[in-house]
Write a protein of this length. Structure first.
Length: 71
């Protein structure tokens, strides 16, 4: 009985950790895609409630290109 409980707890912890790291990798890839795609940046800004002009878009692209997404 205790063996099943311990196995279930270990499986939950391992699954949670794996899901976290997979999520981080997915987010990094999405941010890297946004660097080279101004339409995605504009769409993200609109979803957040911002309407960016051309100068603000260029500044945002420059800022994202300087950002390092790898640890």
């Amino acid at each position: 009985m205790w063996g099943y409980v311990i196995t279930a707890v270990i499986a939950l912890i391992a699954g949670g950790a794996a899901g976290f790291f997979i999520g981080v990798q997915y987010l990094r890839k999405q941010l890297e895609k946004m660097q080279s795609n101004p339409e995605m940046l504009q769409q993200m800004a609109k979803q957040m409630g911002y309407n960016l002009n051309k100068q603000q878009m260029q500044k945002m692209q420059t800022m994202m290109k300087n950002q390092k997404f790898r640890p």
